[in-house]
Design a protein around this ligand. Structure first.
Ligand code: FAD
Ligand code: NA7
Length: 525
């Protein structure tokens, strides 16, 4: 018998309805037949809770591998403005996509201003139209919501617009618009993601907004206090500045916690150079609305204890996200929770064997769309396709879309030192001058990159860090190289593409340890 021969279940199990899907005839066949019989007692083989990046990928892949799948998705309106959105989750509606589009809008503004130096006759006083930008972004999002629904229908995933909560480990209650529905399933995948946090201070919820409101805001943001110096805070401050508004970033402790701190400080400095003030070591105390609609923010310096206040048009909380475990009634199913996230093992199984979790909701893993998508897909293949491949959460590349972008893959310098010891880590670094920055003469002060590598032996590269234009595009390919065991020798012997900024990685020759000046003399030698 061929290992992957398709055999309809109906030929294997007496009385099995004809529409039941085929399964692989393979080493695990006996188990599958037993599972098949058990499934007869449930409405679905799999119910996925959450129609975002992880849930949709998992649901579609499960159907492709023969499972009967329903996917629940429900969005609660934001507490301040009541903003809500359609199926697709955070990335599409209030995350990566609108963020990247607004970042692009701000880069375009910069490009238009630079165009004059390249000979274009452009009006120097150009101004963006916020409502038009929001309209364009929202139109795109609505079209993606529509395509997502059609795709689910075509792929035979039953989409249920309902808020799911567990009744027991095999039963879910879905609260629909005006009714309730009880659903049973053999397996559940929890993919509910997270939502922005609000600080516990007076006026926070009444007057402050989050990224969930920003991309559809029906007025110009104006002078904006962005509280939080994680990547969402910095990205929002960055595009708001590029669009001509006045953002200020309030930093509680450090910038970009979890990222390489030398790079993080360069990102912050490059933003300050563009006129974005950073209120360091500060936390907000209260937000009060004034008669003229302005928001008075009182805040304090955490080191000196000194208090201060300032008026803003908008206060944007970007202080992290909390996992959406509350509505799930996880205790009914016996699922453990750790700090509003769900701990899972290396197969994304929770402490309850038939309940899995993927995406932002899992504890201690990168909160990124491609991570959610791949983990969801691999999980479905393991559950229904007989696959064994597990998600590798290491060496995931990412980009911070600040005005000067920062992308990285692998270990930060401090993590490499922590893991291998200072004597065993070599850092190759250099400043560089992007050709496109020569006209008009733009600041190259923060165009910097480094390779963190093994000091001896093969000199394996542990991490790559790049601050400059199109950072994500630059690092993506290097991420594949790093995953394939990239060494310093390979990097140095790779012929660059000239004139690009990515080629600078092939020209790194100065180590930090040498103390030599890493600023470039010329662009072409
Ligand atoms: P989500 O996409 O959040 O989907 C979960 C879905 O489940 C939601 O629709 C939610 O409403 C629904 N839900 C919750 N509870 C229930 C329930 N009980 N019943 C039914 N449905 C429920 N990642 C990147 O890779 N690149 C980026 O550039 C990037 N930028 C970002 C920018 C911003 C502003 C934000 C906020 C995030 C960004 N991310 C980015 C992160 C990315 O959006 C997330 O990692 C990704 O969306 C996680 O997918 P998920 O499926 O786990 O959760
Ligand atoms: P992050 O990366 O968790 O950053 C949150 C930032 O907000 C960080 O600078 C925090 O400072 C700061 N923070 C947290 N709580 C407060 C309070 N109460 N007051 C002031 N400042 C505070 O969150 P993001 O929103 O940027 O991103 C969340 C995830 O979504 C991220 O992993 C992405 O992948 C997607 P701290 O360093 O803790 O002192």
């Amino acid at each position: 018998m061929h290992l992957f021969e398709f055999v309809p279940v109906s030929q294997l199990v007496e009385g099995e309805p004809r529409h039941r899907r085929s399964i692989y005839r393979s080493a695990y066949l006996d188990i599958r037949v037993r599972e098949e019989l058990a499934k007869g007692t449930y409405d679905y083989d799999l119910v996925v809770i959450g129609g975002g990046s992880a849930g949709l990928a998992c649901a579609k892949e499960a159907v492709l591998n023969g499972a009967r799948v329903a996917c629940l998705d429900f969005v609660k309106p934001t507490p301040t403005l009541g903003t809500k959105w359609g199926v697709g989750g955070t990335c599409v509606n209030v995350g990566c996509i609108p963020k990247k589009l607004m970042h692009q809008a701000s880069l375009l503004g910069e490009a238009v201003h630079e165009a004059a130096a390249y000979g274009w006759n452009v009006d120097d006083k150009i101004k963006p139209d916020w409502s038009k930008l929001v309209q364009s972004v929202q139109n795109h999002i609505k079209s993606v919501n529509w395509v997502t629904r059609v795709d689910l229908r075509d792929k035979k995933v039953e989409y249920i617009n309902g808020l799911g909560s567990f009744v027991d480990a095999h039963t879910m209650l879905a609260k629909l618009k005006s009714s309730e529905r009880t659903i049973t399933a053999q397996n559940f995948v929890i993919a509910v993601g997270g939502r922005p946090r609000y600080p516990d201070i007076p006026g926070a919820v009444e007057h402050g907004i989050t990224s969930d409101d920003l991309f559809s805001l029906d007025r110009e943001p104006g002078k904006t206090l962005v509280v939080g110096a994680g990547y969402i805070g910095l990205e929002c401050a960055g595009f708001l500045k590029g669009l001509g508004y006045e953002p200020t970033v309030m930093v509680r402790s450090i910038v970009l916690r979890g990222f390489d701190q030398q790079m993080a400080e360069l990102v912050a400095s490059s933003m300050e150079e563009r006129g974005i003030p950073f209120l360091r070591k500060s936390v907000p105390l209260s937000v009060e609305k004034q008669d003229d609609g302005k928001l008075l923010v009182k805040y304090k310096n955490t080191e000196t204890g000194e208090e201060a206040e300032e008026l803003f048009d908008t206060v944007l909380w970007a202080i992290g996200r909390k996992g959406l475990v509350e509505d799930l009634n996880l205790s009914n199913a016996g699922v453990s929770v750790q700090k509003d996230k769900i701990p899972v093992d290396s197969q994304e199984t929770t402490n309850v064997p038939n309940i899995y979790a993927v995406g932002d909701i899992i504890y201690g893993k990168p909160e990124l769309t491609p991570v959610a998508v791949l983990a969801g897909r691999l999980l479905a293949r393991r559950l229904y396709g007989g696959a064994t491949q597990r998600m590798d959460y290491n060496d995931v590349a990412t980009t911070v879309f600040t005005p000067l972008e920062y992308a990285c893959v692998g270990l930060s310098e401090e993590d490499a030192v922590k893991q291998y010891g200072e004597d065993e880590v070599e850092v190759f670094h250099g400043y560089y001058k992007p050709t496109e920055f020569f006209i008009p003469q733009k600041s190259v002060r923060y165009c910097y990159l480094k390779a963190v590598a093994e000091r001896h032996g093969d000199q394996r590269v542990y991490g790559l860090h790049y601050l400059g234009p199109v950072a994500g595009e630059v690092i993506q390919g290097f991420a594949a190289a790093l995953k394939s065991g990239l060494t310093v020798n390979t990097l140095m012997n790779t012929v660059g593409i000239h004139p690009t900024t990515a080629e600078e990685f092939t020209r790194l020759s100065i180590t930090k340890r040498s103390g030599l000046d890493p600023t470039p003399a010329s662009c072409c030698s």
